[in-house]
Design a protein around this ligand. Structure first.
Ligand code: UDP
Ligand code: MG
Length: 338
């Protein structure tokens, strides 16, 4: 009889040999960050110099910046052949920039990070170590949110709790877009055809062996955050409606509950009329019922509209982004078409 001992299992579970990579790609979305780019490049180089056998490519995606970001990238590109850059035809948003960057990579491991130095490059060696030990996606989780203003902190906490309750995919609290992916994970993400990209949801949805690493989020090196309250709200609604059917389904439950309650109330009214005879008052109950129900109907219409809007963007089949220019990519490997 075949006997599997605990030792056999341990041998299988433990990484047999540390993996090694040939090429690392670093993907950085850039929007009005001219002042941060040079420092970022320098710190990245310093960190990766510790890995002499690891070739590198830096893929900067200029998401339609209105400052000198692209010119700065061109200067860096002329100095360092590892620097590659794409420039979008306009601002398509961070999610599109990350999608474009991931598609342009060819590394065995891919690191995704912000360009404002809030994600310190010095964390990368820790991410690489985890990958070597066999992890396929390493998420850098921010230990504190002290750099964010209090209302934003509260709202994002609320959002993640709500998201977890409503959606099947799990987003670890404090997980941002600072991550390291194995090639397989990047291929899986690239193969997803949806146009509404909620990267935090997508990366959880694909699964794979995932681990978290803590890091201390830094202050922005220069400039200001481009995420206003309205933009964050839109981001939250996008995320929820991409990964949850609960808002659509909940209305049938509400409907059933209301129908049940009104049946009870109707029965009570009939009984009352039979026992006490006809009474005229009733204006208040009619008004309350009517107003409440129209409120419920308007909300549910809005929710349905949200999803239909989503279907609308998907069926239009418009590209996620348009690339206007690029630096450092060979023609054959061009990512001009999305
Ligand atoms: N970003 C982008 N496109 C946008 C907005 C932001 O590519 O439309 C980039 C930005 O350059 C930065 C990252 O996304 O690298 C995070 O942006 P930001 O620092 O403004 O956001 P926060 O750190 O406040 O969440
Ligand atoms: Mg930032």
């Amino acid at each position: 009889m075949l006997h599997v001992s605990n030792k056999d299992i341990e041998d299988q579970v433990a990484p047999r040999a540390l993996r090694s990579a040939r090429l690392i790609s670093v993907v950085v979305p850039v929007y009005n960050e001219a002042k941060c780019l040079e420092a970022l490049h320098e710190r990245l180089c310093r960190v990766l110099d510790a890995y002499p056998d690891l070739e590198r490519e830096f893929i900067f995606v200029d998401d339609g910046s209105r400052d000198h970001s692209y010119a700065t990238l061109a200067v860096l590109g002329a100095r360092d052949p590892a620097v590659k850059a794409l420039r979008f035809a306009r601002n398509f948003g961070k999610e599109a920039a990350m999608a474009a960057g991931l598609r342009a990579t060819s590394g065995d491991i891919v690191v995704l990070m912000d360009s404002d130095l809030q994600h310190p490059p010095e964390v990368i060696p820790e991410l690489i170590e985890r990958w070597r030990a066999g992890v396929q996606m390493v998420i850098a989780v921010r230990r504190s949110r002290e750099t964010d203003p209090l209302p934003r902190r509260l709202m994002s906490r609320g959002f993640y709790h709500f998201f977890r309750a409503m959606c099947e995919v799990h987003i670890p609290e404090g997980a941002g877009d600072f991550r390291l992916f194995d090639r397989r994970v990047v291929d899986a993400i690239n193969a997803l055809g949806e146009r509404n990209r909620f990267m935090k949801g997508i990366t959880s949805w694909v699964g794979f062996r995932t681990e978290e690493v803590d890091f201390e989020v830094a202050e922005r090196a220069a400039g200001v955050s481009s995420f206003s309250f309205i933009r964050l709200l839109r981001y939250a609604i996008d995320g929820l409606s991409s990964f949850s059917m609960v808002p659509l389904r909940v209305w049938s439950l509400v409907g059933v509950g209301l129908a049940f309650a009104s049946a009870l109330y109707g029965a009570y009214l009939i009984l009352e009329t039979l026992v006490l005879g006809v009474r005229t008052p009733g204006f208040a109950s009619i008004m309350v019922g009517m107003l409440f129900l129209s409120g419920v109907q308007l909300i549910s219409l809005g929710v349905i509209g949200e999803y239909i809007g989503r279907i609308f963007t998907e069926v239009k089949q418009r590209p996620l982004y348009l690339v206007a220019e690029e630096i450092g990519f060979s023609r054959s490997g061009s990512v001009l078409a999305s």
